[in-house]
Design a protein. Structure first.
Length: 174
């Protein structure tokens, strides 16, 4: 018993469509942001990082103003591409009670070299691998980069995004 050609193509198309939908569903699920506990948000304010100039950056100093927290790395093209957008947002909105903090998930020497070539106006903390764990605690289960968290002046989570920021993302903050 042989299947005619059109029925065979219809069967193949149905199987391909089902496989494609399954793949989309798996990808969607993997990129969903996890819930963030109150403990994780509270713990964020106790974190400290060294800066590229070897000062200590205390996150508690950022409390009381809206904060854009951006996890990035020098080896991450979308991270590097969104930095001018973040820098412009910082320069335009820092007088309006907005802060931006970049946390580099990278080797300190690489971050210093990168910032010497491409400086930004906003502060940078050297988070290293601990920064990946912090990003996971803030709802980034895979530790993907770039990852951005927006907190209001009361420290409440307002937005999170895995992936490169867009002009529309930034417009929605202010």
């Amino acid at each position: 018993m042989t299947m005619n050609t059109s029925r065979r193509y219809a069967l193949y198309a149905g199987v391909a469509a089902a496989a494609g939908l399954t793949g989309v569903g798996v990808a969607w699920h993997r990129h969903q942001l996890a819930e963030v506990s109150k403990e994780a948000l509270d713990g964020l304010w106790g974190a400290e990082f060294q800066t590229p100039t070897q000062d200590t950056l205390h996150l508690k100093a950022f409390q009381g103003k809206s904060l854009v927290l951006n996890f990035w790395a020098t080896w991450c093209p979308p991270c590097v591409e969104e930095m001018p957008l973040l820098d412009r947002f910082f320069r335009e909105n820092s007088a309006k009670e907005w802060q931006v903090l970049g946390l580099a998930i990278d080797q300190p020497s690489q971050v210093r070299k990168f910032l010497a070539q491409f400086p930004v106006s906003y502060p940078i903390g050297l988070a290293g691998l601990g920064g990946t764990e912090l990003s996971k605690s803030l709802g980034n289960p895979e530790g993907g980069l770039p990852f951005t968290v927006v907190l209001d002046a009361q420290g409440q989570l307002k937005q999170r995004k895995i992936g490169k920021l867009t002009e529309d993302d930034v417009k929605n903050w202010a």
